[in-house]
Design a protein around this ligand. Structure first.
Ligand code: PA5
Length: 444
């Protein structure tokens, strides 16, 4: 994996980025020595080394059992409790997995919205399919997955009977607290623990991510190995010339100081869409606090060049781009010769689509640099479990470093509570009577 900042240097000098080295050193020590803000949630730093082979084996065994009993595997969770798994699965699976018969179950998602059309359609599909499910919630009290689970639990029990349903449900939650833990214990579900010191958006390398990823048929050992390899690289030194996470974090902060307050994560492969979604949550929820933080956005090119390209090229100049570039594709398609050449594309006939895509990337980067959009390029040699494991750990580590520049706690999310409080008040949850009245007054 490489981080290339040459297209940032026309906007921010190397000297200003390198001038942040002492701050990066301090942020780095705060992460690795676990002395920084929110240090009771730094378990993810050592996670790649701490995962036991017993845990991986148990997850793999469950994945095999799920494959035997289910064509569809429903993952119920929201935010950090589903985005990491979805990011890895969608990056690696067939682009049309939902149309293709496969050995492993198709993983689908619930509990990440409150849309009754979505759940009605899902139940209709599940009437026709053999399925199993996992419900994931660290707090065990999050409304969206709890409602979805209540409904799906009734469906699965009706379809298979209570005893068989019990074998088809796995819970992933806190070791000792929360409604989901109580429910899992009462109902006798197999359950996996999310470690106390790992928060939701940093939990992809716990059973939260590993179980669905294994159930989809991907190699979780390789994913963890990749993360471990990146950890080894990052643990060697905090020198921005050697440590890609330190370089990325320092460059982002230097840009932020220059008024570049919006970062757009760019990909050129549609299968990376959920990597961007996961990254958006990681950075948005970790950095956006105390009226500070870079706003994380995402686009998929070249698709979005035909929707967002205009703004990026010419709009308000408070943005920078980070391109996640994959050097080598899994498949190659040659553009064929056409004897009529009525589309005029024969000049491409000896080329592959991947070549065209890479030229689109190079041309777009230079156009945007001309339009005063600084560009960071993160490149992976190819997409597989190992490189994704490296990438996830890299992003997590750089996120912790970045948030410490802002002197905030990267591991809490106090702002998320506000909407929940209002929703409960409007729904007349017991205990919210006064807030209910206040909101009703405000809404008049
Ligand atoms: O990063 C986080 O902590 C959050 O995004 C959570 O993952 C999300 O709110 C879901 O929480 P829970 O797993 O407790 O249901």
């Amino acid at each position: 994996m490489k981080v290339d900042i040459k297209n940032v240097l026309p906007f921010v000098s190397w000297e200003s980025i390198a001038g942040l080295q002492s701050k990066i050193d301090a942020n780095y020590q705060n992460l690795v020595q676990k002395t920084g803000k929110g240090n009771d949630f730094l378990g993810w730093v050592d996670l790649p080394c701490d995962i036991s082979s017993g845990l991986l084996q148990s997850i793999r065994k469950d994945a095999e059992q799920i494959a035997q009993m289910a064509e569809v595997y429903v993952v119920i969770g929201i935010g950090g409790s589903y985005l990491g798994a979805r990011a890895v699965i969608e990056a690696l699976q067939h682009n049309f997995a939902f149309l293709k018969p496969q050995k492993m179950p198709l993983v689908i998602y619930a509990g990440q919205n409150l849309c009754e059309n979505y759940l009605t359609d899902l139940l209709e599909v599940l009437d026709q399919k053999e399925y199993a499910m996992t419900v994931i919630s660290k707090s065990g009290t999050t409304t969206e997955p709890a409602i979805a689970f209540r409904i799906l639990k009734q469906h699965i029990e009706k379809k298979y009977g209570k005893a068989e349903a019990q074998k088809r449900i796995i819970a992933v939650t806190d070791q000792s607290k929360g409604a989901l833990k109580t429910l899992a214990d009462t109902e006798g579900y197999k359950s996996y623990v999310i470690p106390d010191d790992v928060g939701g958006r940093y939990s992809v390398l716990t059973p939260v991510g590993l179980l669905p990823i294994a159930a989809a048929g991907f190699d979780i050992e390789k994913l963890v190995e990749g993360a471990k390899n990146m950890r080894n690289i990052l643990m060697r030194s905090s020198d921005i010339k050697e440590n890609p996470a330190c370089l990325y974090a320092a460059t982002r902060y230097a840009l932020y100081q220059e008024g570049k307050t919006n970062e757009i994560m760019v990909n050129y492969l549609p299968c990376l869409h959920y990597i961007t979604e996961w990254w958006k949550q990681l950075y948005g929820e970790s950095e956006g606090k105390e009226n500070k933080g870079i706003f994380p956005a995402g686009v998929s090119f070249t698709t979005d060049l035909h929707s967002m390209g205009q703004y990026i090229q010419d709009g308000l100049r408070n943005i920078f781009e980070t391109v996640l570039s994959i050097e080598k594709n899994k498949h190659t398609i040659n553009i064929p010769v056409d004897s009529a050449n009525s589309d005029g594309l024969n000049f491409l006939s000896s080329k592959t689509m991947g070549y065209v895509n890479h030229q689109a990337e190079a041309g777009t980067t230079l156009a945007h640099v001309d339009g005063k959009v600084p560009n960071i390029r993160i490149s992976l040699p190819e997409l597989n479990e190992f490189t994704l494991g490296e990438l996830l750990y890299f992003y997590e580590f750089a996120c912790g470093l970045s948030a410490y520049f802002l002197d905030i706690n990267p591991f809490d999310q106090p702002g998320v509570e506000h909407y929940k409080k209002n929703m409960f008040a409007l729904l007349e949850k017991p205990g919210y009577e006064k807030e209910h009245q206040d909101l009703i007054e405000r809404m008049k």
